[in-house]
Ligand binder design. Structure first.
Ligand code: VLP
Length: 135
């Protein structure tokens, strides 16, 4: 049985998001708005199949994937790049490797109690986000 990420998760902390936005060339005006957003993660998981939405008042981002199956991800509304993404399990952690123009791009996501942890990395930058599960 894989870990269960189903639910709505509301951002409580967001460290170094600015660094990640800079690393993927998000412009100043967009960064200024995006840095203050409280993001909400909506995850529908069926075993290894994931439908994910990252929602905010400014912009939303949706990506669906199956663990173990590489797919082409278009980061629409973010940096609008096309990357090759593979998500795998590392124990109960989801680990994404995103091959493309930017080196060392990816993320790791896991659950601790009612908290969802997400670490996003690009080049030498790491953003740490924590979300709390909606009851
Ligand atoms: C925030 C959306 C514009 C609002 C847009 C800001 C980063 C694991 C996985 C999804 C991701 C991270 C997606 C980040 C969405 C931010 C510019 C911001 C540029 O998460 O949770 O499955 O891929």
């Amino acid at each position: 049985m894989p870990a269960d990420f189903n639910g709505q998760w509301v951002m409580v902390t967001n460290e170094n998001f600015e660094d990640i936005m800079n690393a993927i060339d998000i412009d100043f005006a967009t960064r200024k708005i995006a840095r203050h957003l409280t993001q909400t993660k909506v995850i529908v998981q069926n075993g290894d199949k994931f439908e994910t939405k990252t929602l905010s008042t400014f912009r939303n981002y949706e990506v669906n994937f199956t663990v173990g199956e590489e797919f082409e991800e278009v980061t629409k509304g973010l940096d609008n790049r096309t990357i090759q993404t593979l998500v795998t399990w590392d124990g109960d952690k989801l680990v994404a490797v995103q091959k493309g123009e930017k080196a060392n791009r990816g993320w790791m996501q896991w659950i601790e109690g009612d908290l969802l942890h997400l670490e996003i990395h690009v080049e030498d930058k790491i953003c740490k986000q924590v979300f709390k599960k909606k009851p």
